[in-house]
Design a protein. Structure first.
Length: 196
């Protein structure tokens, strides 16, 4: 068990996102810190927070009015129920009891295929499952150009992209937003496609 946790922590700390969907990752709460404090996981990954030791309780809450999760109070030795992040985005969180304890979870979009021609239709997956009250915004950029809004308020889990006007490199990223109040996650890590 400990070896699996260490392996997942090392992979996440390196910023690799090759974890399969539905994998489990654990964040440890110890010495007034989340470890790892920066985590990259695939869409559909379950995350738990384990309070290792100490005398006070800690809570992990996703920041702002988006509020996708709240683990409630954890006592030493307790592990939270799993939180499954189904949508691409960047999710900062903090301890309610100790606001200086912060972390962030980054979930990249999935793009398939990553290379193709002007006749290729690329699939961009924004989430693994529909979530009531949430929609997605997608930005794209050509090469090193500026990010531009491409689609907003999308409720589908995937979108398609075809560029018939020639080759090049395109980047995509997305975020989730709550329809009722406009609260948003941060932008997901970007993914690239190359058209020849």
């Amino acid at each position: 068990m400990r070896r699996a946790f260490v392996a997942a922590t090392v992979i996440a700390s390196l910023g690799l996102t090759g974890l399969p969907a539905q994998a489990a990752v654990q964040v440890t709460i110890q010495d007034f810190m989340f470890t790892p404090s920066k985590l990259a996981v695939a869409e559909g990954t379950a995350i738990t927070w384990h309070y290792d030791s100490g005398t006070t309780h800690h809570t992990s809450t996703q920041n702002g009015p988006l509020k996708l999760w709240n683990t409630r109070s954890l006592l030493p030795g307790q592990t939270s129920s799993p939180i499954v992040l189904r949508s691409a985005g960047a999710y900062p969180y903090h301890c309610v009891v100790h606001p200086s304890m912060v972390g962030i979870i980054r979930v990249p979009i999935r793009v398939s295929p990553i290379t193709g021609t002007t006749s290729t239709t690329f699939t961009i997956r924004l989430a693994t499952a529909k979530q009531t009250g949430l929609a997605y915004d997608i930005q794209k950029r050509k090469g090193a150009g500026a990010w531009r809004a491409w689609k907003t308020g999308v409720t589908a889990l995937v979108v398609r992209f075809t560029h018939r006007a020639g080759g090049g490199t395109w980047w995509f990223r997305s975020r989730v937003h709550r329809i009722s109040n406009g609260a948003r996650s941060g932008w997901s890590p970007a993914r690239r496609i190359t058209i020849s």
